[in-house]
Design a protein around this ligand. Structure first.
Ligand code: NAD
Ligand code: LMR
Length: 340
């Protein structure tokens, strides 16, 4: 039995993500929460002929005697996995960090609901800025004494999905896309997104000129901007994100149910894991959160794997990413530890 929850389920990501989770035969119960429209989304999905029972909750109406978190707690009760795409998306000209002002508070409140209702659930954070919202979730769970570093994940799968697609495009053969896998490490924002192209399962030809490789790296790092620009004020990636989020959620669910050998990059706490400490040493940095290839298991993160051998260019990309990443992590931690 697997109860999956989507918080922000009526949004651009939330709806298609809920659809993909409803279509997933491993999910037996799907519960949806948003500040608007969840009863409608849940009713619609509930007609789909798969086994999961679907429910949708809202906050109590104004003037209700019920506590403000009543709908949230009902949604979260008994959850095994909670996916969070709640919050505002970017418009052209904005950075992900510009979303912090609004999304940090939303994520904090949702994490509080998780801490008090389903503290053992795996928490998959999509809301931006991921580099800060993951530390926010962790700090809230710590405050409640229920932080399990094996269970809190920043979803960076869209970067991995983009890397496969864009590499296959450069190789000139989209049919290769299912064979192309590129670890993407670091964080989820611009220069903090580091595709390790030297480890692509389908190697790039050595004849490829450096400017093409540089452009490919840049496209993976700034793929989100491409969508924001094309949507022209109507938001950011939703459909590709729902695909990526459902893929990552499926991997976590499979591992929770006992599948072995699933290795995926995700943004996690490093210092709580032996493998994470090794990476900190390799990086020469005490950075607390980093996207790394992780082996998933029945308890969440089973092991943090090595970054593998890096080219000197990849090492320089990592060095360039660390200051911005550290700043975003500190901002998230401070938001909970020392709120202004
Ligand atoms: P959206 O505006 O379409 O949907 C967000 C939903 O969140 C809305 O339905 C809104 O009502 C809901 N919401 C707002 N406050 C809430 C609260 N307190 N509780 C519950 N729900 C609440 O936005 P979107 O396009 O779905 O994007 C959502 C977030 O995901 C954004 O922050 C965006 O930047 C981020 N994102 C992350 C990635 C990634 O790779 N991690 C990719 C794409 C988008
Ligand atoms: C993305 O990478 O598409 C998301 O983080 C959304 C964004 O703001 O670009």
């Amino acid at each position: 039995m697997v109860k999956a929850v989507v918080l922000g389920a009526a949004g651009g990501i939330g709806q298609p993500l809920a659809l993909l989770l409803k279509a997933n035969p491993l999910v037996t119960e799907l519960s949806l929460y948003d500040i608007v429209n969840t009863p409608g989304v849940a009713a619609d999905l509930s007609h789909i002929s798969t086994q999961s029972k679907v429910t949708g909750y809202l906050p109590p109406p104004k003037g209700s005697d019920l506590p403000a978190d009543d709908g949230l707690k009902k949604t979260l009760a008994g959850a095994d996995i909670v996916v969070i795409p709640a919050g505002i998306p970017r418009k052209p000209g904005m950075t992900r960090d510009d979303l912090f002002k609004i999304n940090a508070g939303i994520v904090r409140d949702l994490a509080t609901g998780i801490a008090t209702t389903c503290p053992k659930a795996a928490v998959l954070v999509i809301s931006n800025p991921v580099n800060s919202t993951v530390p926010i979730v962790a700090e809230v769970l710590k405050k409640h004494g229920v932080f399990d570093p094996k269970k809190v994940f920043g979803v960076t799968t869209l970067d991995v999905v983009r890397a496969s697609t864009f590499v296959a495009e450069v190789l000139g053969d989209l049919s290769l896309v299912s064979k192309v896998s590129v670890p993407v490490v670091g964080g989820h924002s611009g220069v903090t997104i580091i595709p390790l192209l030297s480890q692509s399962t389908v190697p790039l030809p050595s004849s490829l000129d450096q400017s093409t490789v540089d452009a490919l790296i840049k496209r993976i790092q700034f793929g989100g901007d491409e969508v924001v620009k094309a949507k022209d004020g109507a938001g950011s990636a939703t459909l590709s994100m729902a695909y990526a989020g459902a893929l990552f959620a499926e991997n976590v669910i499979k591992a929770l149910k006992g599948a072995t050998g699933i290795v995926v990059p995700t943004y996690v706490n490093l210092s709580a894991h032996e493998g994470g400490q090794v990476i900190q040493k390799e990086l020469g940095s005490s950075i607390e959160y980093f996207s790394v290839p992780v082996t998933l298991g029945p308890n969440g993160v089973e092991a943090i794997n090595s970054l593998g051998s890096l080219s000197s260019h990849e090492q320089s990309l990592i060095s360039a990413a660390l200051p911005e990443l550290q700043e975003s992590i500190t901002k998230g931690v401070q938001f909970i530890q020392a709120p202004k």
